[in-house]
Design a protein around this ligand. Structure first.
Ligand code: FAD
Ligand code: NAD
Length: 403
């Protein structure tokens, strides 16, 4: 190894961007070269993508330029697609080149998991990044714009079908409940013709919340026109429908969005890492087993919650906490010193139900609902922009509109 180590960070999401920021604080330019690779020249707030997809915020609000928050004179920024990591030769293969590393931070985030459901990958939209979310927004708007202009229009063209009532599905239908009345007004369509249907295999939505909060969320969304089909498994997705339940009922729609699950970046598999459900079961110091110089963070990491006997859910909150530990551990590896174990500090969870409503459990389990939860969600969203982008970015992109 050279006297000056080369630290390569893959991905400028919550985990990768925060790690890079922390590394620039922990190392002087003389001590280490830091390189950040990301497929776009911008970071996006994945946690706002349901709003982009529904059209309740502008896609540009959910992203900011990486070079605005990371000094390119300090960190080498490479905008390229990571295809594979060759761990044997400490080499990263990019679409347009390659680079070597002494220390690697793998933080390429999540991809959609369709669990092999027939037709789902081919026919349904997914909320994964800015582009896929913007496509959903445009598709929905096109369906509304076409409705009164095409003699062959069917009422089901105005149906929006959402598969999965986890956090993403529920937050998305909450935004749709806000957006649909605006679109009806814009395109002279009777609101009663539009259906938002959320299909979920389990008997309940968001099982991690108290029953009272779940009932509140269901009623709030149902009052605003969201129809739930709970305890109904989706067996297949066709071009214009879901096939659901034991009797293979067909539900037709003009827009179909799958929010039924996520997994880690497929680059992990391409690179030969051993996987647990698409992720790397990391050691307690967040290193990949068998590799002293490779950290795996965020949604690519399977981090066990030993107390609960299951992995921690993949969240932005956890990804940013991984980043802090990882940066300090890289410093210990370079300078010598003990590595820290990752300990998750749970700051609570909030799910939005549209712009002005939500449910949450914060401050050691205190339940929140309604406007208080929606306000808390905006605080959380703004905090993340501040931590990654600083005050200037927060003032440009933050959510400050009163409601
Ligand atoms: P990501 O944020 O996915 O970042 C990965 C980065 O890597 C991206 O910049 C991507 O462009 C880049 N990349 C990917 N593949 C490649 C490649 N091959 N080459 C180069 N670059 C690549 N969590 C919460 O804690 N709170 C919430 O309120 C919340 N809301 C959410 C709402 C939605 C709609 C969704 C989908 C998720 C939400 N989550 C929330 C979960 C959270 O977004 C993820 O856990 C988090 O994004 C994981 O961070 P990450 O850094 O691992 O990956
Ligand atoms: P998820 O795995 O949490 O939920 C997917 C849902 O789809 C589940 O309820 C599952 O039962 C359902 N489903 C799966 N297969 C199905 C089928 N064949 N038919 C019908 N329903 C089916 O996925 P998600 O909502 O995308 O969330 C991913 C992660 O991101 C979670 O860990 C979550 O913690 C995090 N997240 C957090 C927030 C927040 O904190 N506000 C928001 C969004 C996502």
């Amino acid at each position: 190894m050279n006297s000056k180590p080369k630290i390569v960070v893959l991905g400028a999401g919550y985990a990768g961007l925060k790690t890079t920021k922390e590394l620039t604080k922990l190392f002087t330019p003389e001590e280490a070269d830091i390189i950040l690779v990301n497929k776009h020249n911008y970071h996006y707030e994945s946690t706002w993508l349901h709003e982009v997809a529904a059209g309740t915020i502008n896609p540009n609000q959910a992203r900011f330029m990486i070079s605005d928050v990371i000094n390119p004179n300090r960190v080498r920024l490479i905008y390229d697609l990571v295809e594979k990591v060759d761990t044997e030769n400490q080499r990263v293969v990019l679409e347009n080149g390659e680079l070597t590393y002494d220390y690697l931070v793998f933080a390429l985030g999540f991809e959609t998991n369709t669990f092999g459901i027939k037709g789902m990958a081919e026919n349904a939209f997914s909320i994964v990044d800015i582009e896929s979310s913007r496509l959903i927004r445009e598709h929905i708007e096109l369906k509304f714009a076409q409705y009164n202009n095409n003699p062959e229009s069917k009422e089901s063209d105005l149906t929006i079908l959402v598969g999965g009532a986890g956090f993403t599905g529920i937050e998305f239908v909450g935004e749709l409940a806000e957006r649909v009345p605006q679109l009806c007004k814009k395109y002279d369509i009777d609101r009663r013709k539009v259906r938002i249907i959320n299909v979920e295999a389990m008997p309940s939505i968001l099982p991690m919340f108290d029953k009272d909060l779940v009932e509140y969320a269901k009623k709030s969304l149902a009052d605003r026109g969201v129809e739930f089909r709970l305890g109904t498994a989706i067996n297949e997705c066709t071009e214009d429908s879901f096939i659901v339940g034991d009797d293979n009922e067909e539900i037709k729609a003009g827009t179909i969005v799958w929010t039924g699950g996520v997994t880690g970046s497929s680059v992990l598999g391409e690179s030969g890492f051993e996987l647990t459900r698409g992720k790397v079961t990391v050691n307690s110091d967040l290193r990949a087993p068998g590799f002293d110089n490779v950290f795996v963070l965020g949604d690519c990491a399977w981090v066990m919650d030993e107390e609960a006997g299951r992995p921690f859910p993949p969240t932005a909150q956890a990804a940013m906490q991984h980043a802090d530990i990882c940066a300090r551990n890289v410093k210990s590896l370079v300078h010598g010193g003990p590595l820290e174990d990752f300990v998750f500090h749970d700051r609570g969870t909030v799910a939005s139900l549209g712009v002005t409503d939500g449910i949450g459990s914060v401050f050691d389990g205190k339940p929140l609902k309604g406007k208080a939860a929606a306000a808390m969600k905006k605080v959380v969203d703004n905090r993340s922009v501040f931590l990654l982008g600083g005050t200037k970015t927060l003032l440009k992109k933050g959510k400050f509109r009163p409601f």
